[in-house]
Design a protein. Structure first.
Length: 149
């Protein structure tokens, strides 16, 4: 199997960062492109938490999250992915599992490397990683986020 492109979806949590060691190792070994993806969850379909959220308010939240994600992804890419010949940052809005699979397809990646669960999960597989594994036509390497290791 030839690996030219890897996708690392991250929610920027400590659990997601557990996969980073594997991403950098594969990236350096195979001299691959590394596509780093952060997905902003669409807020428009949620019930209001406190009062009504207008479209303008939702767009401001998305913009703040995008700016924060761009800065954090830039820091991660600069600090950890220097050994990879090329890293490309992606930010999408929508359902995380769908956006991971869409990005993998659009960018023709050969492998997805991701944590088995992100910021909300604490047991077994997270729902996003489970959906990706069950629906991906390419190999998905899942890294367990074991506390203390």
């Amino acid at each position: 199997m030839e690996v030219k492109k890897i996708l690392w979806p991250t929610d920027l949590s400590p659990n997601a960062e557990k996969a980073l060691e594997y991403v950098t190792s594969f990236g350096e070994k195979y001299q691959t492109e590394v596509h780093v993806l952060y997905v902003i969850e669409e807020l428009g379909h949620h019930e209001p938490w406190y009062g009504e959220f207008g479209r303008t308010h939702i767009e401001k939240i998305h913009q703040w999250e995008r700016e924060t994600a761009e800065k954090r992804l830039g820091d991660i890419c600069t600090k950890y992915l220097r050994g990879c010949p090329l890293f490309i940052k992606h930010i999408a809005i929508g359902d995380p599992a769908k956006e991971i699979l869409n990005t993998a397809d659009e960018e023709n990646v050969d492998m997805i490397i991701m944590a088995s669960h992100g910021r909300r999960g604490s047991f077994g597989f997270g729902s996003v990683s489970e959906k990706v594994v069950k629906n991906s036509p390419i190999p998905v390497v899942t890294i367990p986020a074991v506390p203390g290791k």
